[in-house]
Design a protein around this ligand. Sequence first.
Ligand SMILES: [Zn+2]
Length: 62
Amino acid sequence: MEIPIRCFTCGAVIGDKYEEYKSLLSQGADNVLNKLGIDRYCCRRMFISHVEIAHTITKYLK
Ligand SMILES: [Zn+2]
């Protein structure tokens, strides 16, 4: 599933960064959102709360 094109809160375009975000994650890079220049927390939550990524994160919850 694709991420929304724009951030729901501020309207910044984030959809174009999603493929790069996924490929960096699969390479095991850290600070991926900083590297992509996503500074505002409203935009960051669009990535870290996305359903595909949420499955990865919830694997580590007890
Ligand atoms: Zn935003």
